[in-house]
Design a protein around this ligand. Structure first.
Ligand code: BGC
Length: 768
């Protein structure tokens, strides 16, 4: 801790420290200017600045300041481009600095467990590796400018239904490998100034007072020493929260919760340690934040918009392009159908809503290149009903053009913070429009506006499909650029598009009931499930087309065996062999050779986005370490390197693997041994434990020989392919008296257990 911060800390009284525990207002920390701690301001986040214009004593804001609306996180994710995401972070930080905002509340990295989650547009991916690394890039971008971030929502906040109180129930391995992994990566690699805990409960305890999440994992294991702030109003028990490492309550409870904490200190003489720790962390944050603010700071709006435009272009995913319908040719006669072309829905609803400086629509932008382009509304965004008149008008226009650009998608009310989607379908009016237009023109290009996957009954009936997601304020300009081929498509899906809602792994357990949602699918989230179960999907993870094509070659690996704490290097070449400059996202997956129920068939481990002009070839290098082959072992309570052979798969998507090699991982061979045997243990358990094996064999030999003419070892080795062996070996000891028709007595078994457990204790002592 810096000397100056120590000095400030020393001057703080008990009451000062308690006051600091809660905000001064909706967006500011407590005002302790006299002690050198003026309030700092925090604002949403994440894809731009949402600074409310609000007097401190007002509850509802009048408006929010103008800001650049960058592409929402669903778009940023499909760029797979850490450098670009970092630039977006930097640009947002500049706007925050100008507004004297010290912390941007984002990024959100909750895993897309279900495509129904109303807030998926604000999150990155269904994959924790990708989410964690993009979050790291964003955080580094913002924080390099001296502005803080708030990595949110920690944790297991994967739905909006009952988000304020739902109890997310998950086993530890699933949490560590899927739902916490992204946080772990981002925290270790970019150290966000703050982390925002979620509203919900996790395994019975609210996130804001969850010992496992806050104390055991975040503070003790990951050594996070920044600020944990509540989601807005997420305090449950303020004192317990403080004890486990929750620093700051936001917004203010106007002293209410602080009094409860003070009372604990005055009456129960609670330990000062927790309060002092939090005060130290808050002093560090406030001083650092104030030091980085510059009174007359300004930024260049045009260059921020240029970043927003580039990020948007690189985020679009070309899902289908039969007969090279796209890019549009200069002399193509086109028409534009669908209100989204003139009134883009460029961001999601809720706390991330930005008051955008400018909004560019695709119609105006395309008109610049196609002056006499005709437009028809096709549907009414305000009304859900099918409008026959609008559909007929659209059909008439579509008849005499070469290509139809058809803009459809999810209207605003379909996706928002606060509630989940009810289904994955487009509105009936949009679906009918596609159906009718394709009857009169076979060159239909569908452009989708949506924040999360939709089903596509029309997938085989239209010529091309562009997934634009939401895009931010530059969506219209960016679309005109990619549709005309000025820019190439380079986005790929950071999530799977399922064929049906029912095929999603969380379908039967979403959004839960009676206050609980059970994460029964375990680690098999998104592609981990579809691939492991071989379930067909609409568009797979990592998929996206381009106007050019790429050739992958010469995969080389420097070692075929990897030990614990060791690493390997892989090299390969990628060449642009088409007629457009472009950018390719090269993905590296691993696949264990002996997949058991415990392992997903395939998992993403690395990626790289590489820019390649026509005919250009580049070498790409990846390093993998033994940490990339771990799983979380619940008995060991740690990540364990799995001993197996693995295929290393390099591809253009999870379904388009171009190069392969394999390695042997010399991992840990963990013997799962019980610490104690009980009447619920089986004879198999007694044979399995090295401490009791020989003794058990001796005991069982006569019985085995008289029953089946084999020894006990045979029973043990054939418990899973011989019926008699299985009966004897897998019956719990408590059931043996009846199985042995009274020849074995319970008291004998109890005696046996005393002997066996003594042997096990001795064995454990030797190991410990
Ligand atoms: C949201 C957060 C947001 C906060 C402040 C909450 O309701 O969940 O993501 O940062 O409000 O607006």
């Amino acid at each position: 801790m810096k000397e100056n911060n120590k000095k400030i800390l020393r001057k703080l009284t008990l009451r000062d420290k308690i006051n600091l525990l809660s905000g001064k207002s909706y967006w500011h920390t407590y005002d302790l200017t006299k002690k050198g701690l003026p309030p700092i301001m925090m604002c949403d986040g994440p894809h731009g600045l949402r600074k409310e214009i609000i007097a401190d004593d007002e509850l509802m804001p009048k408006d929010t300041v103008k800001a650049t609306c960058f592409p929402p996180l669903v778009n940023l994710a499909s760029t797979w481009d850490e450098k670009l995401v970092k630039e977006v972070g930097q640009a947002i930080a500049k706007e925050a600095k100008k507004e004297q905002v010290s912390i941007v509340l984002g990024p959100g990295i909750n895993i897309k467990r279900s495509p129904l989650c109303g807030r998926n547009f604000e999150y990155f991916s269904e994959d924790p590796y990708l989410s964690g690394h993009l979050a790291k890039a964003f955080i580094n971008g913002v924080q390099n400018e001296g502005i803080g971030t708030s990595l949110k929502h920690y944790a297991l906040n994967n739905q909006e239904t009952n988000r304020l109180h739902i109890n997310a129930i998950s086993d530890e391995r699933t949490m560590r490998e899927i739902y916490l992994k992204g946080f772990e990566i981002a925290i270790k690699e970019s150290n966000p100034w703050t982390i925002m805990c979620s509203y919900n409960k996790i395994n019975g305890y609210y996130a804001s007072m969850n010992k496992y999440l806050l104390n055991d994992v975040l503070r003790d294991e990951w050594k996070y020493d920044g600020i944990v702030v509540t989601d807005w109003g997420a305090v449950s028990d303020r004192y317990i929260g403080l004890k486990y490492g929750l620093d700051l309550e936001m917004p203010t409870s106007k002293g209410y919760n602080n009094k409860i904490v003070l009372w604990k200190y005055l009456t129960f003489r609670a330990r000062r340690k927790y309060l002092n720790q939090t005060a130290r962390r808050l002093v560090n944050l406030i001083v650092k934040s104030r030091e980085n603010l510059e009174p007359n700071y300004d930024f260049d709006i045009t260059s921020n918009e240029e970043v927003a435009l580039r990020a948007c272009e690189d985020s679009f995913v070309l899902l289908k392009n039969d007969n090279n319908l796209l890019p549009l040719k200069k002399d193509d006669k086109i028409c534009i159908i669908g209100e989204f072309a003139k009134r883009p829905r460029f961001q999601g609803e809720g706390s991330s809503h930005i008051n955008a400086y400018n909004v560019y629509n695709a119609f105006d932008e395309l008109k610049k290149a196609y002056q006499d382009v005709k437009y028809s509304k096709g549907y009414n965004l305000e009304k859900e009903e099918i409008n026959e008149e609008l559909i007929n008008e659209a059909k008439e226009l579509s008849k005499d053009v070469d290509k139809v650009l058809l803009f459809v998608g999810l209207p605003t009310s379909f996706e928002s913070e606060g509630y989940d989607r009810k289904h994955l379908d487009l509105p009936p009016s949009h679906l009918r429009l596609i159906e009718e237009v394709k009857k009169v023109n076979s060159n239909v290009i569908v452009i989708l506006t949506n924040g999360a996957p939709v089903t596509m009954s029309f997938v085989n009936d239209v010529g091309a499909i562009v997934e634009a997601y939401l895009g931010g304020q530059c969506v219209g300009k960016a679309l005109a650029n990619v549709l005309t081929g000025k820019t190439n498509f380079s986005g790929k899906l950071a999530e799977t598009f399922p064929l049906t809602l029912e095929s999603n792994p969380s379908f039967l357990n979403f959004p839960g009931e009676k206050g609980n949602v059970i994460y029964k699918e375990g680690i098999f989230v998104g592609y981990r499930y579809y691939e492991s179960k071989n379930i067909p999907v609409l568009f797979p993870f990592g998929f996206g087309l381009s106007y050019t094509s790429y050739e992958y070659s010469e995969l080389k690996i420097n070692k075929k065996v990897i030990d614990i704490n060791d690493s390997i290097k892989l090299k390969l070449k990628v060449k642009n062999i088409g007629n457009y400059d472009g950018k390719e996202i090269v993905q590296l997956y691993i696949s264990p050779k002996n997949p058991s129920n415990k392992f997903s068939k395939i998992e993403l481990r690395r990626y790289d986005k590489v820019s390649l002009n026509i005919n250009e070839e580049k070498e790409i290098e990846f390093t993998l370490s033994s940490d990339d082959f771990t799983y979380f072992d619940e008995d060991e309570k740690r990540f364990v390197v799995n001993d197996d052979e693995y295929e290393i798969l390099i591809g253009a998507s999870i379904k388009d693997i171009r190069l392969k090699t394999s390695i042997k991982v010399n991992g840990e061979k963990i013997l799962k041994l019980p610490r104690k045997l009980t009447l619920e243990s089986t004879l198999y358990d007694l044979c399995y434990h090295p401490a009791t094996r020989e003794f058990t064999f001796k005991l069982l030999d006569p019985m085995a020989k008289s029953m089946i003419g084999k020894d006990a070892k045979y029973l043990f080795e054939h418990y899973d392919d011989d019926m008699i062996s299985s009966m004897i070996m897998t019956k719990p000891l408590s059931g043996l008296p009846s199985l042995a028709q009274g020849k074995v007595k319970k008291w004998q078994l109890r005696l046996l257990l005393i002997i066996m457990n003594r042997k096990i204790r001795k064995y454990n002592r030797r190991l410990d």
